[in-house]
Write a protein that binds this ligand. Structure first.
Ligand SMILES: [Zn+2]
Length: 114
């Protein structure tokens, strides 16, 4: 991927900057871009960690919603009791994981601000 060079022509600017402002976070970041995020953006390590955590939280939340839907549709019908219990247990574990990820996101946000 080519990027336009700085107009002043100095080669000191050849190090790409973190592209976090192109994400939903829209933040400005002066750190160098070092890590490829989804193969589209180049971001600094702290922002890469934050984005990955947010993606994981979204994925886990999505699975919780799916389980909720499934339980709503099948919870009172003839689904096996054992199977229902397993889904509920999985849902609990997903929520616990989500809580942990949210704590990690909070500290990742602090890292980004440093
Ligand atoms: Zn950054």
């Amino acid at each position: 991927m080519m990027r336009p060079e700085e107009a002043d022509g100095t080669s000191a600017h050849s190090q790409p900057r973190c592209e976090i402002e192109k994400t939903h976070l829209g933040e400005e970041c002066q750190r160098p871009g070092e890590v490829s995020y989804k193969g589209i953006l180049l971001v600094c390590a702290p922002h890469a960690a934050l984005l990955q955590l947010e993606d994981r939280a979204e994925a886990v939340l999505g699975s919780v919603f799916q389980m909720d839907e499934w339980l709503e549709e099948n919870g009172s019908s003839g689904a096996g009791e054992e199977y229902l219990r397993r889904i509920r247990h999985e849902r609990e574990e997903a929520l616990a994981a989500l809580r942990l990820i949210r704590v990690q996101i909070r500290s990742a946000r602090k890292e980004v601000l440093q």
